[in-house]
Design a protein around this ligand. Structure first.
Ligand code: ADP
Ligand code: MG
Length: 384
């Protein structure tokens, strides 16, 4: 079904109930909409605050029938929802993003082939559908990362390899299709979050500069500390990519900057951790844009009203080095900082490496925002 304006108080279906979904539920309720979350996890952060939470698998026929009956439109916050489920929902209601775009973004082989065939630069790679495909790997590809085609996130499902033999062993252990990708020296990682409406209107949030720790996003600095030319180039590439995908909704493009060149690393068919800063630093958040694109409302202003530095809070902060017993971090230390916004996701069990929350420092002065964020990080014991 095609997208037309969907007015509040319509009920919207959200596939996936993580923190990205929780912020979507906030944005939707602020504009008077209701959200039904489908997520198999009874404790899902978005499920806790939605109008209702269906605890079932994404392809559960009864759950999908209920969504079809009660919802006016559907979106997703999780790229691993089976594309067939989005297709099925699209028989009875508008769905954004569409199954076709999600099916490309959720599979690294399809994603990288799509990028290459549309002329976008990526790190050199080969697709590895079966182990013997690795015989085609040339010496220039090494050292490399072998990444599973599906279900990898936060650096999981990837391993460094230095030879064809090592890559073969790793691929047999994964036991699934993979991509083998050259490890590049990275000057910087940046991302563009954009929203595109059904009419083709496209709006990019400012370029975000991301640093990772152990494959997990750690800090996002906005505006990115890069040249205006490079920022413009990233935005142009992002818009062109969204248009080639005929994309509707919020799309994130992760870039590497290597040897002065912008390369596309991967895309996510949803709001993104590196776009959390838009909640506090922008006129419209990435989550409100997702709602606006889905419901056929005009897109809001994506401009930055202050510099922003976002810091992820992982479950590690809930544990002392010596103890396996968890405890809450010392939040009053953060509450004391007036231009720091703390967001906790309501996850009941902290685990090391699990994303539990984040904070964003906003300041007219980017250098001051960064200094405050680093001091706050240190105060609650985050190690560099
Ligand atoms: P995920 O789905 O886990 O985010 P990514 O492909 O984005 O997977 O990899 C996670 C991180 O690992 C990247 O943000 C980057 O820091 C590092 N990385 C991934 N691929 C490469 C590469 N080809 N060269 C150098 N670093 C890489
Ligand atoms: Mg990534």
């Amino acid at each position: 079904m095609s997208l037309s304006t969907i007015k509040a108080p319509a009920t919207l279906a959200l596939l996936g109930g993580g923190q990205l979904g929780r912020f979507f539920v906030h944005a939707a309720s602020e504009l008077g909409y209701k959200v039904i979350v489908l997520d198999p996890d009874p404790d899902a952060p978005a499920g806790q605050i939605a109008a209702s939470h269906i605890v079932a698998n994404y392809d559960d026929p009864k759950a999908l029938a209920q969504l079809a009956q009660q919802c006016t439109a559907a979106t997703t916050e999780f790229e691993n929802v089976p594309a067939a489920v989005l297709e099925q929902l699209a028989l009875t209601m508008p769905v954004a993003p569409a199954a076709t775009a999600v099916s490309i973004a959720q599979d690294r082989v399809r994603e990288k082939n799509f990028l290459r065939s549309n002329g976008f630069n990526t790190a050199p790679f080969i697709a590895v559908e079966k182990t013997d495909d690795l015989n085609h790997a040339t010496d220039e590809l090494f050292p490399a990362l072998l990444k599973t085609a599906r279900f990898g996130y936060d650096g999981k499902g990837q391993v460094q390899v230095t030879s064809i033999d090592e890559a073969k062993t790793a691929q047999r252990e994964f036991g699934t299709p993979c991509v083998l990708e050259k490890m590049l020296p990275l000057e910087l990682e940046v991302s563009v979050v954009l929203a595109r409406s059904a009419t083709g209107e496209c709006s990019c949030f400012p370029l975000a500069e991301n640093s990772h720790h152990n494959g997990v996003l750690d800090i996002t600095v906005v505006p990115a500390r890069t040249s205006p030319e490079l920022q413009q180039q990233a935005e142009n590439m992002a818009k062109e990519l969204a248009s080639k995908l005929s994309y509707v909704g919020v799309l994130t493009i992760e870039f590497f900057i290597s040897d002065g060149q912008l390369l596309i690393n991967e895309i996510a068919p949803r709001p993104h951790n590196s776009g959390h800063y838009t909640l506090d630093g922008c006129v419209t958040s990435q989550y409100e844009q997702q709602l606006r694109a889905l419901c056929g409302l005009p897109l809001g202003a994506a401009s930055l009203h202050s510099s922003a530095v976002m810091v992820n809070l992982l479950g590690d902060q809930w544990f002392d080095d010596s103890s396996e017993e968890s405890r809450e971090p010392d939040w009053p230390l953060l509450h004391q900082i007036p231009n720091l916004k703390l967001h906790l996701y309501g996850k009941r069990s902290p685990r090391r490496g699990r994303k539990m929350g984040h904070f964003t420092v906003i300041d007219q002065d980017g250098t001051a925002a960064f200094a405050t964020a680093m001091a706050a990080r240190k105060a609650i014991g985050i190690q560099d």
